[in-house]
Write a protein that binds this ligand. Sequence first.
Ligand code: NDP
Length: 280
Amino acid sequence: MPILRYAVLGHPVAHSLSPRIHAEFGRQLSIALDYSAIDADADEFDNALAAFAASGGVGANITLPHKQRAAAACETLSDRARRAGAANTLARGATGWHGDNTDGVGLVRDLTGRHALDLRARRTLLIGAGGAARGVAPALLDAGIGDLFIANRSADRADALADALAQPGRVHPRYLDDLRALGEFDLIVNATSAARDGGLPALPMSLVGKRTAAVDLSYGEVAIPFLAWARAAGAHDAIDGLGMLVEQAAESFALWHGKRPDTDPVYEQLIEHRAALVTA
Ligand code: NDP
């Protein structure tokens, strides 16, 4: 049987852990697969995806900054990808790509499972409104959080995400510069890529209370400034995105192969080298 071809497409993508994680899952479940990383910037994305399909690619993960673009390129979308307006998992059908979004379920599984957090009724601040924020917001709402405030540097993107979530009494878009008056949150999720290009936005410590769980979707060095801010502000939990990464990958793997891998051994391997990991 020919080896099945998969890839992660993003920019930059050289440090992506997805090829390593999917190779481990494949070994665990005795599934032979070829999973590579394809670097494509915004101008190259559509051609790169078409070339991958033409070369026999049957499944793709999509990472920053292409998740919204990928959703638009799909012939069909799952309900959660449609609600997110962003796709991180593509499966090749007879006539085009089917897009799904496993980021949200990955985050919720990590927080409620590995970190044993009860998300219900948590007053939540989501910082960022890019592809990752779009994936996690519907899943957090479905998991039963309380009010959701979305703060983004570009206010129009926070407004657009709030509109897409269509729960006006519960979801509140805000300017990133406008957080001081909002009081404490039980859950703060940093879904920006800010720390990659020059550092965190200024976040008031008054956002954090004694029971606050602070979560950065990135990991390795990139997550350090936000997690250090959260600890200094007195957060109860400071959690990086490594567990989410492994959980969203397992969900993609299950969609492609119909079998769910055990995520714990792969997570344990990765945390041994946590500080040296580069978010991709
Ligand atoms: P996008 O490029 O789609 O969005 C980036 C977001 O960061 C936007 O909201 C953008 O704001 C904001 N941002 C960027 N620079 C700054 C800055 N200097 N100050 C304030 N805000 C800024 O990226 P993604 O949403 O795909 O990814 C976001 C992060 O989440 C990345 O670090 C990524 O690695 C991580 N991630 C982790 C996953 C995991 O499994 N652990 C899965 C998915 C993502 P604006 O709209 O104004 O440009």
